[in-house]
Design a protein around this ligand. Sequence first.
Ligand code: SAH
Length: 253
Amino acid sequence: MGSVSIVGAGPGDPELLTIKAMRRIQTADVILYDRLVNEAILSYGKPEALRIYVGKAPGHHSMPQEAIEKLIIKYASAGNHVVRLKGGDPYVFGRGGEEALAVAAAGIDYEVIPGITSAIGAAASAGIPLTHRGLAASFAIVTGSRCHDQASAAHWEALVHSVDTLVIYMGVSTLSDIRQQLLKFGKNPATPAALIENGTTARERTVTGTLGNMDKLAAALKISNPALIIIGESVAVRDQLLGLQKGIHSQIG
Ligand code: SAH
């Protein structure tokens, strides 16, 4: 009997892998990886390791979740060390919990190795503290993919009243609905907001604006997946930092 490591690959920059994740990748016989996993990370595996893409592009479910779980179990049952490599953290919108349940139910040895979730990675890389003394004492990670039903309205209302910084995953395509919901429940349209595309990678793009204009900004700049939306007063710290850096450069120059 083999074993399974459900591993977080971090937010994009390969150097943000944990040492433990790196070690498991280096010794894996089979690596099943997602769309958001940086390809550079796959090169750390043994040359002979089997690398299988099981990713899903938005709107195109290339492999059903059940089929992925069957594959993991099939390779592990054949005696392999299987690494199930997922973008960010496996337990943050990664369906890692379902995979752990499936593997455990099959009686296979498994472990879960956390990764830096994209909210944490991208915020740090963009100069946005998710909490900041005097500006934000709490943050929530939420999905923007379901924002139409009744339950979801209550959910947005509660968030507006109870959380300082909102980090929205999978929200680019529903951005104007999210904006509407937040405004409807009383969020100030002048609240600073940021969009971060491909956070922590060489292709990172970050733009800042306000809750009121962020859907127009996203459309104008053609922000596409993977991208995060951060809404909250502490987003303004990014511009303060950039201003200070400019000051330093002009002093040096
Ligand atoms: N398990 C992952 C999230 C998977 S859901 C994690 O912990 O980060 C996929 C969503 O994550 C994307 O739609 C996007 O909103 C976000 N995401 C993942 N990587 C990202 C990156 N490098 N930059 C910006 N957003 C990212």
